[in-house]
Design a protein around this ligand. Structure first.
Ligand code: 5GP
Length: 210
C-alpha cells in the first residue's frame, strides 16, 4: 500500500463515569498498538485493580503542584475534588514520531487541548443509553462507595452538558457497535488532507510524468 507520511492526531474520549469509556479505550489500544495512551497524573487514591503507571501516575498534591508550576502539564483540571493532568513530554514525543495519542480526559481538559492544538484534535463524546443504565453501571462497578456513586450520578448531567463541544457523539448501548464507530472515525480522521503531510511530495512525483 502506498505509504504517505502524516502527522499524528490527538484522540480525546470524554464521558461521564460509567458510560463505558475505559472499556472502549482499552479495546482501541488492543486493536491498534500503534496508538499511544496518555497516562495522566492524579492526586486521587488508586481504586482496586488500578496499576500505577498504567491507569494513572498516582502522585501527591505537592508533586502535582510542582509539575503544574513547571509547565510540565499540557492541561489539568480538578474533578471530584482531585487534580488530574496530562504530562506534556510523552504526548509531544509520540506526535513527533507520527503516532496517534488517546486521551481519557474531561471537558475542561478537552477545552484546554483545543486552545493549544485544535488542528491535531479529534473529540469524541460517549453517552450512556439511559440514566438507568448509567446508574446500574456505576453500582455494578462496585469500586466506589454509595456516596461516590450518588455524587458521580449528579456530576454526570454536568459532564453531559458539554456534548456539543465534541466533534463526534457516540451513544454506547452496544460495546461492539461503539467500538466499530470509533474505529471508523479514526480511519477517516487519519485520511484528512491536512494531516497527510506527505501528499504534496506524492502528488508532485505523480504529476511529474503525466
Ligand atoms: P476517574 O477518577 O473516574 O478515573 O476520572 C474522573 C474524570 O477525570 C474522568 O472524567 C476522566 O476523564 C477525567 N480525567 C482523567 N485524567 C484526566 C486528565 O489528565 N485531565 C483532565 N482534564 N481530566 C482527566
Amino acid at each position: 500500500m502506498t505509504d504517505i507520511a502524516r502527522r499524528g492526531l490527538l484522540l480525546v474520549m470524554s464521558s461521564p463515569s460509567g458510560a463505558g469509556k475505559t472499556t472502549l479505550s482499552r479495546r482501541l489500544l488492543a486493536a491498534d498498538p500503534s496508538i499511544a495512551m496518555s497516562v495522566s497524573v492524579t492526586t486521587r487514591a488508586p481504586r482496586p485493580g488500578e496499576v500505577n503507571g498504567r491507569d494513572y501516575h498516582f502522585i501527591t498534591q505537592e508533586d502535582f503542584a510542582r509539575l503544574r508550576d513547571r509547565g510540565d502539564l499540557l492541561e489539568y483540571a480538578e474533578v471530584f475534588g482531585n487534580f488530574y493532568g496530562t504530562p506534556k513530554r510523552p504526548v509531544m514525543e509520540a506526535l513527533q514520531a507520527g503516532r496517534d495519542v488517546l486521551f481519557d480526559i474531561d471537558w475542561q481538559g478537552t477545552q484546554q487541548l483545543a486552545q493549544a492544538m485544535e488542528e491535531d484534535l479529534v473529540r469524541i463524546f460517549i453517552l450512556p443509553p439511559s440514566a438507568e443504565e448509567l446508574r446500574e453501571r456505576l453500582i455494578g462497578r462496585a469500586q466506589d462507595s454509595a456516596s461516590t456513586v450518588a455524587r458521580r450520578m449528579a456530576k454526570a448531567a454536568d459532564e453531559i452538558s458539554h456534548w456539543p463541544e465534541y466533534d463526534y457523539v457516540i451513544v454506547n448501548d452496544d460495546i461492539d457497535a461503539s467500538d466499530a464507530e470509533i474505529t471508523a472515525i479514526l480511519r477517516a480522521e487519519r485520511l484528512r488532507r491536512r494531516r497527510r503531510v506527505g501528499l504534496t511530495q506524492f502528488v508532485r512525483e505523480l504529476t511529474k510524468n503525466l
